[in-house]
Design a protein around this ligand. Structure first.
Ligand SMILES: NC(=O)c1ccc[n+]([C@@H]2O[C@H](COP(=O)([O-])OP(=O)(O)OC[C@H]3O[C@@H](n4cnc5c(N)ncnc54)[C@H](O)[C@@H]3O)[C@@H](O)[C@H]2O)c1
Length: 360
């Protein structure tokens, strides 16, 4: 196992108002070994929701937690933030993240995921010249590796083969981070992770869509014949992997992260029907009847699976949450947080942010 442990002081979290970023900020600030500050840089696209961090803001706002409304497509602004807050660590989550949206409108994915990443790399290069006590951690996806057949797993040596505009833009950003490391000596690490689930996920992604539609007795849309396979990881397990990589990962290395938890989409929806029925004292068969097969996503990758041996053996990381427990917790969270859900659905979350935040 790697012995080295970096000190993280002024941590810039990009995209911290999104699903994984907000869970990561909560995770980091509750870590006993972390004494630093978190600067959450987010432009608050439709996916950015500061209600995700209400508790964090109440506890640490203005002391250890600072929100900065900014767009990573704006180099001057990013550079100014690096200087002003003496940033020594970046965790880069900010991205356009939804595959379906990338099919309908790919340009935003190029601008944020590629140009935005270059802006961060350029600011880091300028501000960190000659330093080796800094780190740029880039958060990426296993989708950069393309699709697997019935067998096999992705690992750190799998060749890139992205298939959607989303995964191609993320692949591009991974290459750019490596190039800045190789060419300019920028200290970096990269993680490629499988599908995350958990609280605060925007209800355009599969698990929250299904839970909410079950509650409302609306159709449960399943792509194609539901045979696509995804590997699922509870979001806090992703956060713990990222934190370990930031502390102890070797510079210039990539670590793949996954749940070792493969599920066919249709089977997963079936399990969710059972859990939601149990938690709401409803009838699982009635929910199963809501399953509706819809036209498959163009170029839909068949299967993703991850071999995270390196991350486990080098960093001593492991998943802490079983799928049964994590899914039930997630279902309960959506049932217990109707205000959050209703604000997202009505668009009220945008107005809530205007009222409650000084967004400078
Ligand atoms: N969700 C997953 O299952 C998963 C799996 C592996 C990797 N990832 C990666 O993790 C990261 C976070 O994913 P997520 O699901 O939390 O996404 P998300 O869509 O929930 O959040 C993205 C955040 O980035 C912000 N953002 C978007 N464009 C921006 C810009 N130009 N400037 C500043 N902020 C901007 C949004 O406002 C939002 O808060 C992404 O890089 C994604 O590729 C996600």
């Amino acid at each position: 196992m790697t012995e080295q442990s970096r000190t993280l002081s002024n941590v810039l979290v990009t995209g911290g108002a999104g699903f994984i970023g907000s869970n990561f900020i909560r995770f980091l600030l509750s870590d006993e070994g972390f004494n630093g500050k978190v600067f959450n840089l987010d432009s608050l696209t439709y996916a950015g929701n500061l209600e995700n961090l209400r508790d964090v803001h109440d506890e640490h706002g203005g002391t250890r937690y600072h929100f900065i409304e900014a767009d990573i497509r704006d180099f001057e602004r990013v550079d100014e933030i690096f200087a002003k807050y003496e940033i020594d660590t970046v965790v880069h989550f900010a991205a356009e993240s939804h595959v379906d949206r990338s099919i309908v409108g790919p340009r935003a994915f190029i601008e944020t995921n590629i140009i935005g990443t270059v802006n961060l790399l350029e600011a880091a290069r300028a501000r960190w010249a000659g330093r080796d006590d800094v780190l740029f951690h880039h958060v990426s996806t296993d989708e950069v590796f393309g699709s697997l057949g019935e067998t096999g797993q992705f690992n750190e040596s799998t060749p890139y083969d992205p298939k959607s505009p989303y995964s191609a833009s993320k692949a591009s950003s991974d290459h750019l981070v490596r190039a800045w490391g190789h060419t300019y000596g920028l200290p970096f690490t990269i993680s490629n992770c499988s599908n995350n689930y958990g609280p605060y996920q925007f209800p355009e992604k599969m698990i929250p869509v299904m839970i909410m539609n079950m509650v409302d007795r609306k159709p449960l849309p399943v792509y194609g014949d539901g045979s696509n396979v995804r590997d699922w990881l509870y979001v806090d397990d992703h956060s713990s992997a990222i934190l370990r990589i930031m502390r102890s990962g070797r510079s210039s290395e990539t670590y793949v992260v996954g749940g070792e938890n493969e599920w066919q989409n249709l089977k997963l929806v079936g399990s969710l029907c059972t859990i939601v029925a149990e938690e709401t004292k409803g009838d699982a068969d009635e929910l199963l009847d809501l399953i509706t097969f819809v036209t498959d996503r163009p170029g839909h990758d068949l299967r993703y699976a991850i071999d995270c041996t390196k991350t486990k053996s080098e960093l001593g990381w492991t998943q802490r949450h079983t799928f049964a427990e994590g899914l039930r917790h997630t279902v309960r969270w959506y049932l217990d947080n109707p205000t959050w859900v209703n604000h997202i659905r009505s668009g009220e979350y945008r107005k809530w942010m205007e009222r409650n935040y000084d967004r400078r």
